[in-house]
Unconditional design. Structure first.
Lengths: 419, 748
């Protein structure tokens, strides 16, 4: 008995067993470098505080009781379309990207659970095992390189659609870029002539085809297909190694290093999407110091992403989304910290995204204001913006909203968020 | 009254209609002909439980849910008979009526003082399912001729007993089975296989393997690599924790590392102690002792402890020890566990509770949190206690969080002077309040309750099943929307629950679970011969080996340890690249290969083949792992072109051997795979000879490949292999590369 394909695809959502592999369905193994657009999802891990960033809320007077923040409302800055909190580093960031940046405030993540919030923010759904948008983009890309989905953390579930890749350091990339050299820096250290290596590759390919033809159990057939996909890009690491900096950044900000590797992978045409991650936002105590430090590092990291994109000459092809699993309470706890709060924000920029705008808003108690689904202006009878709306819009931007691989995970209708 | 549901409403065709749906052939006959008769049992299982009770009612109506005080309490799949119990429970409630309507149908519409308000729309499919259930109470359908109970596993071809032995040996103890073991299993079938498996489970390598499986669960090795274990100890309670700083300075570094490793290793040492001594696995939670060795005994100031010599191999041996004043509760009171799952003043042990329930009770509380929160409906005064949106999780979580109350944010035994937070639910478990005389040993009390819960056994089976098959197990709350999905979950649940029950009945011997997993279709299925959809989805041998497993397989099959100055490549330099974990920031193993993993495999194959092939030929044929049937001088024909049939046959026989030895394939001499491998060998040999003749290659092996040393020892000059005049060594090396990068070598 054969399991029906629809059922199996749907089941894949909970098991990681997906027959709907890009290579399987489309034969789209990478023959040419991937040309973009390139997607970067930057996760502020732990739950950031938008009221200290792009949805600023201050206290009216210095002696206000139970303030939402300890800075004064009068201190809030205005740059272009944006109001920004008076936190070190924010002004420079918003001045630099005031024409490119789209800020969406008042997003209702509908949860205060880290796990669920992560899933909702980066997949558009709260259902368990939903693939991240990054995984969907990588899986639907054509051609599909074997390193299509780089992940440095954050929500990177793939539901079996694509294999995520970790690259902890560049030395290993150099090692593995030339796996048949005994000494990776010595081109003459290969053991066999090209003709023999070609014969070996031919034998391997033929063997794998025979194995695929004989596999009757879906789990094994899928594993074989993933194996084939993984081995399909033998020159991709060498391409990546060419574009990596000689020495990766070694500073305390993890985003710098991640950005360098991600942009090099994009430039090499071996990667479609990269998940970048920085922690430190779960500020249950000493909120003001810890949160502002984390936000400053985050914004420096986002800037560095664009610096690297420019250095690699791909800035006009890079789409960036910055978000977090939820926001933080509009009040302090006994430890001068802030706990979890479902209302959050997101920042987007890149080709296809109309910048210099703010959509959505929150009230004084950090509750989301409803917006008109057509005009996006505040409308008490409108809708609350959810991650699902944003993902629907991003899927449309990527042109994957109708893709069969997207279908099992319907995020609902979109709003005209991206302009 | 009998009613009909619209065709297509249900994923199964669920007509069990009566006289109101006339049919020329009579309703029952017609339905039977259509194969659409659905028994009450099947209807309850696939419709009521899967689509109404599990996703809707069970969020509150459980023993630990928000509606725990109601008369309608549902069981979950951790209890083997949960379907029967829930069906009886629902039938009892559904049989009550007001004005001719079942109470159940009124309550789900928010009537009859339903605490959860309206949960089902009257025109929705779930309400229709519930209505059909009520109707069936007065018109039961006991059985249907077209319903045949699924025979899970029946249509799957399994690995033979000897092939199962091979796979199990590699995964349980990291070695190829011995000839004696194989012979026993060949002669004795499953019974002998079970015997051999039990013997292997007495080996030290099995204990190490189980520690890997359980570290994937507990992640307490996070503190080992950082040498940070010792710093977890509370200085006030253990002022001698840094004992090594006051002794021989030359030994300080080694002693510090050993002490840290001992303290961070306490949870897994307890597991090892249980396995080695055939103790019930419940001791993992209930042990009234901690595992210490000579190093950590110094930090704990155990009576009689003396500074150990780091070079003394017995100093690192663990033993149980009761520490003064510590209310031990197995791993729960270890500093490694408590620090791996930390808490804060505002978190109040909820994170620890979530981790505990997920790891030991087969329950992910965060699944409840998937329901959207509406802030406008929230009671901001004490939402975790009073707001139903929050209380769904917190009603379960907070009483158990209170049981961790004696252990502070840093994992130190530090009972709160003011007692547990009065604004939180009282500490307890499943509705039972912590007895006052057990406050000091609250975690031990919780452990005593939990190990009696079937969910502990279920979680054990899930851990072992995942550990040895790599399967991502289905959960009841996942999107089980089709027949196949429900069937797959049912098949899995049937196996897990049956194995869990046997585990409980057998006295919690975890080796029983390992044995059943190894014998199961999830470990052994290799072909579809008419399997049920449920079996077809999850069964199969498709586990990408972990870096640790691949490293052991490489060593046992080739005899060569692929290593560098910093240790084994696969378990050190390439561990994370190959999908492994560091138990700290990277905690999820990659289950699918990517381009990096493929490159590691290629590099591994290239370097191992280069080194292992000439060295294998150095050994007498009887001691070789790779080439017992050939010599480097064996060529299939002479320089004049005359065939040498004996040599060709020997080469082919060795290829048959390699396919079995490395890939686990039992192939005949004339199998196309053997021919393909032979042709590869032949082509490489001829191509190489041609390249040598053209001066593009020479007979010298590259220096890394020359067999001049072995494990650091110099090979006697007369046995050394440094040249390859016929290019046969390199042809065999390429064949080995072919096999080491094969799907079947890197998967089991």
């Amino acid at each position: 008995m054969k399991i029906d394909r629809r059922s199996f695809l749907a089941l894949a959502g909970s098991t990681g067993l997906t027959l709907g592999l890009p290579g399987w369905l489309r034969g789209a193994h990478a023959a040419e470098p991937f040309q973009g657009p390139y997607w970067v999802f930057i996760d502020a891990g732990g739950g950031w505080d938008p009221t200290m960033l792009c949805d600023p809320k201050g206290k009216a007077t210095s002696d206000a009781i139970n303030p939402i923040n300890n800075f004064l409302t009068d201190e809030i800055l205005s740059i272009g379309a944006f109001s920004i909190a008076p936190v070190d580093g924010h002004q420079a960031f918003f001045e630099r990207f005031q024409n490119e940046l789209l800020v969406i405030n008042g997003i209702d993540a509908q949860t205060v659970s880290h796990e669920t919030g992560n899933r909702h923010t980066w997949s558009g759904l709260t259902d368990p095992n939903t693939p991240s948008l990054g995984a969907l983009l990588a899986a639907t890309a054509s051609p599909q390189p074997s390193l299509s989905f780089l992940s440095f953390g954050g929500y990177d579930r793939t539901a079996g659609l694509v294999a995520p890749t970790r690259i902890p350091d560049s030395n290993s990339v150099n090692d593995l870029a030339y796996p048949y050299r005994m000494n990776s820096t010595d081109p003459d250290s290969v053991l066999y002539p090209d003709a023999i290596m070609d014969r070996l590759a031919e034998a391997r390919t033929a063997r794998l085809e025979r194995q695929l033809g004989q596999a009757t159990l879906p789990r094994e057939a899928r594993a074989l297909e993933m194996f084939r996909q993984a081995h399909s890009g033998e020159n991709e690491l060498a391409e990546l190694a060419i574009h990596l900096p000689e020495a990766l950044d070694n500073s305390a900000n993890p985003l710098y290093r991640q950005a360098e590797m991600a942009m090099a992978a994009f430039k090499a045409g071996v990667t479609v999407c990269a998940n970048l991650h920085i922690g430190g936002f779960d500020t249950h105590d000493n909120h003001d110091t810890n949160q502002s430090d984390a936000l400053a590092e985050l914004l420096l990291g986002v800037s560095y992403v664009m610096d690297e994109a420019e250095r690699q000459g791909i800035a006009d092809q890079v789409i960036v989304a910055v978000g977090s699993e939820f926001g933080r309470t509009p009040f302090y706890n006994a430890d001068n910290g802030k706990d979890h709060w479902p209302i959050t924000s997101m920042m987007l920029m890149g080709p296809g995204i109309s910048g210099g705008r703010v959509i959505g808003a929150t009230d004084d108690e950090q509750l989301a204001k409803l917006v008109n689904p057509t005009t996006l202006v505040e409308d008490p009878s409108g809708v609350a913006i959810t991650p699902g709306h944003i993902h629907a819009a991003l899927r449309e931007l990527a042109g994957i909203q109708a893709d069969p691989l997207s279908q099992p995970w319907d995020v609902g209708s979109s709003l005209p968020l991206l302009g | 009254m009998r009613t009909c549901l619209p065709l297509g409403l249900l994923s199964l065709v669920l007509f069990s209609c009566g006289s109101e749906e006339p049919s020329p052939a009579g309703p029952d006959d017609a339905l039977t002909e259509l194969g659409s008769c659905v028994s009450d049992e099947a209807f309850f299982k696939t419709e009521v439980q899967a689509k109404v009770l599990t996703p809707v009612c069970s969020t509150c109506h459980t023993r630990s849910g928000l509606a725990f005080g109601s008369e309608f309490i549902l069981e979950n799949s951790a209890r083997p008979d949960y379907l029967e119990v829930n069906r009886d429970t629902l039938s009892d409630i559904a049989g009550l009526e007001r004005d001719g309507t079942s109470i159940v149908l009124l309550k789900v519409q928010g009537m009859e003082d339903h605490g959860g308000g309206t949960v089902l729309a009257k025109d929705g499919p779930e309400f229709a399912i519930l209505s059909e259930f009520v109707n069936r109470l007065s018109a039961p359908v006991e059985s249907c001729p077209n319903e045949v109970p699924p025979d899970y596993g029946a249509g799957l071809k399994l690995l033979s007993h000897t092939d199962t032995l091979r796979k199990a040996s590699l995964l349980l103890v990291g070695r190829i089975p011995t000839e004696v073991e194989i012979a026993r299993v060949e002669a004795g079938g499953e019974a002998s296989l079970r015997e051999v498996l039990r013997e292997q489970m007495a080996e030290e390598a099995f204990v190490s393997r189980m520690k890997e499986v359980y570290n994937d669960l507990l992640l307490t090795n996070a503190f080992t690599s950082a040498y940070s274990g010792v710093s977890l100890l509370d200085y006030d309670r253990y002022p001698n924790r840094y004992w090594y700083e006051y002794d021989d300075p030359d030994l300080e570094s080694d002693r510090r590392a050993a002490t840290s490793e001992a303290i961070s290793g306490e949870p897994l040492a307890l597991l090892a102690h249980i396995i080695e001594n055939d103790l019930p696995l419940t001791e993992l939670l209930t042990a009234d002792y901690v595992m210490v060795n000579d190093f950590s005994a110094m930090s704990y100031s155990v009576d009689g402890a003396v500074p150990p010599d780091p070079d003394d191999p017995t100093a690192a041996d663990f033993r149980p020890e009761q520490l003064d004043g510590v209310p031990h509760a197995g791993v729960l009171t270890s500093v490694a566990f408590l620090n791996r799952y930390p808490t804060t003043e505002s978190n109040r042990n909820r994170h620890r509770t979530w981790a505990f329930m997920k790891k030991f009770m087969a329950t992910d509380l965060l699944q409840f949190a998937d329901r959207p929160i509406d802030l406008t409906q929230s009671d901001s005064h004490n939402p975790t206690l009073n707001d139903p949106q929050c209380n769904i999780c917190h009603a379960v979580m907070d009483p158990m969080a209170g049981l961790f109350q004696n252990w502070d944010d840093d994992g130190a035994l530090n009972p709160r002077e003011t007692g547990w937070y009065p604004e939180m639910a009282s500490p307890g478990f499943e509705g039972e309040v912590l007895p006052a005389d057990r406050i000091d040993s609250a975690l031990a009390w919780m452990a005593e309750q939990v190990v009696q819960d079937q969910r502990f056994s279920v979680s054990t089976v899930q851990t072992v099943l995942h550990g040895f098959t790599g399967l991502e197990l289905l959960t009841a709350s996942a999107a089980l929307g089709t027949e196949d999905e429900v069937a797959a979950w049912e098949a899995q649940s049937q196996f897990v629950n049956a194995t869990a029950s046997a585990f409980t009945a057998g006295g919690y011997d975890v080796k029983d679970v390992v044995e059943e997993v190894v014998l199961s279709r999830y470990f052994r299925a290799i072909d579809d011969e008419g399997a049920t959809p449920g079996d077809l989805v999850l069964a199969g041998t498709a586990k990408l080996l972990t870096p640790e497993e691949l490293d052991r397989k490489l060593l046992t099959t080739t005899g060569y340890a692929w290593s560098s100055w910093d240790g084994q490549y696969l378990t050190n330099r390439y561990r994370l690249l190959y999908g492994g974990i560091d138990s700290d920031a990277i905690t999820m193993r990659l289950r699918d290969p990517n381009g990096i993993i493929a490159a590691v495999e290629q590099r591994m194959a290239n370097q191992v083949a280069c080194a292992a092939v000439p060295r294998d030929f150095v050994l007498p044929a009887s001691q070789r792992r790779l080439f017992p049937m050939v010599e480097p001088t064996y060529l299939p024909f002479t320089v004049d072109g005359f065939t040498i049939p004996e040599a060709e046959q020997a080469i082919r026989h060795n290829i048959v051997y390699l396919h079995q030895h490395l890939l686990g394939e039992e192939l005949g001499l004339n199998d196309p795979e053997i021919e393909a491998t032979y042709q590869l060998w032949l082509d490489v040999m001829l191509e190489g000879q041609a390249a040598m003749a053209a001066g593009e290659q020479d007979s010298w092996l590259r220096w890394e490949c020359r067999a001049t040393t072995w494990d650091g020892l110099t090979i006697p000059p007369e046995l050394q292999i440094t040249t390859d005049d016929d290019y046969t060594i390199r042809a065999w090396s390429v064949v080995l590369m072919y096999m080491l990068t094969d799907y079947r070598f890197v998967h089991e």
